[in-house]
Design a protein around this ligand. Structure first.
Ligand code: FAD
Ligand code: NAI
Length: 328
């Protein structure tokens, strides 16, 4: 009996996991690689003694019917839950309630519960940065940063941000040209904990003035530990201007911006941590879905192929998997 086709997926964020789960359903042999300690990519949660902080994806919405169906399954599995924050907005007119009817979801008890659920028992080589793809006899082998070789594989899906993908896909013009023209914007995320309740009237704020972009109370999300824990996210523009700032300085500035927004001083945080995202979101929305070089058995996907949201990353992974399955 012939072996099922083998597929290497580089990147175990939402797009890579989406492609992996689809291909596993079709009985292909899938192996994931990620340079990080685990899966999830920008769907990341920092675990501390005071509870977890979602440092990347804050929540997600489901507009596409196929994605909505997947979210329904994830809810049944207990990996995600609906989040109903008390929403405010802040702009040049000040701070005001801004409730709406939009359904929003989060991983529960932390955002990475979703990536962990999707990964299941799929094989993942973590702490493995793939630096080179080599093709011979119609098959691929992968080389990591330590010079270790993996493979051979019949197909490769590169599911990472464009600047990181380019060295791997540069010989496939159909993939490399769009990747080279895609700009990603940076972002800073700050986690804060306070020893007592701040007694604020909101759980999250869409910020449209000053350095901040988003403020959320972690404990308002389902399944979290009851604690006064907050995540602040900067605007891309502010992050551009502060790319090389020290984390401590970033914490000070974003905490200062929060106090300006509240028009009140805050107590000193009992915990603080800053994370810089070099490739937080695409600067513009694309409609490629995924990119394919079927003659070479090479595909690429990621939110940058479709639109900078978790839903887009999932859909892009589905597009890549479909293109690959169409070619088998
Ligand atoms: P990634 O998640 O970036 O996954 C790529 C993976 O590839 C990573 O795990 C990385 O470690 C790995 N990798 C990279 N290079 C290599 C290599 N050479 N070898 C091996 N592995 C490699 N979306 C929403 O819908 N709602 C939100 O509220 C929201 N908030 C956000 C807030 C922040 C701060 C950020 C940064 C993003 C946010 N997003 C949000 C966007 C959302 O997180 C992304 O769209 C989505 O997670 C992208 O998934 P991906 O698979 O395309 O890429
Ligand atoms: P959504 O529909 O809740 O929000 C989309 C955008 O609409 C918001 O960014 C906000 O500008 C506006 N908005 C929505 N509801 C609002 C309300 N009640 N009051 C005021 N403004 C409101 O969610 P969607 O479309 O799924 O977007 C995902 C979120 O992810 C967005 O907030 C986006 O900014 C954020 N994101 C953040 C990234 C980062 O690096 N910080 C990267 C990618 C996405």
């Amino acid at each position: 009996m012939s072996q099922p086709p083998s597929v290497a997926i580089i990147g175990a964020g939402m797009s890579g996991l989406s492609a992996a789960t689809r291909l596993r359903q079709a009985d292909l042999q899938v192996t994931l690689f990620d340079k990080s300690r685990g899966s999830g990519g920008r769907m990341s949660s920092k675990r501390t003694e005071l509870g977890t902080f979602d440092m990347g994806t804050q929540y997600f919405t489901a507009r596409d019917p196929a994605f909505a169906a997947a979210v329904a399954q994830w809810r049944s599995a207990g990996w995600v839950a609906e989040w109903q924050p008390r929403l405010f907005r802040y702009d040049e007119n000040g701070l005001a309630p801004s409730s709406d009817q939009q359904q929003r979801f989060v991983g529960s008890p932390r955002m990475t519960a979703l990536s962990r659920g999707l990964l299941g028992d799929l094989p993942l080589h973590s702490n493995t940065r793939i630096e080179q793809l080599q093709r011979s006899d119609q098959q691929w082998s992968l080389l990591d940063s330590e010079g270790k070789r993996y493979g051979p594989f019949d197909y490769v899906i590169v599911a990472i941000p464009p600047a990181q993908a380019l060295p791997l896909i540069r010989d496939a013009a159909a993939l490399a040209a769009p990747a080279a023209q895609t700009e990603m914007e940076p972002g800073w995320a700050v986690a804060l904990a306070f020893s007592a309740s701040l007694n604020l009237p909101f759980d999250a704020v869409f910020v449209r003035s000053g350095p901040l972009d988003w403020v959320a109370r972690e404990a308002s999300k389902p399944g979290r530990v009851e604690a006064e824990t907050w995540v602040l996210q900067s605007s891309p523009r502010w992050a551009h201007a502060h790319l090389d700032s020290e984390p401590q300085a970033v914490i000070g500035e974003l905490l200062g911006a929060l106090q300006t927004m509240l028009d009140a001083p805050l107590p000193a945080p009992t915990f603080q941590h800053a994370h810089r995202w070099l490739y937080a979101r695409p600067a513009a929305i694309s409609d490629w879905g995924a990119l394919a070089a079927p003659a070479q058995g090479l595909y690429t996907c990621g939110d940058w192929c479709l639109g900078g949201r978790l839903e887009a990353a999932w859909l892009s992974g589905q597009h890549a998997a479909k293109a690959l399955l169409d070619a088998t």
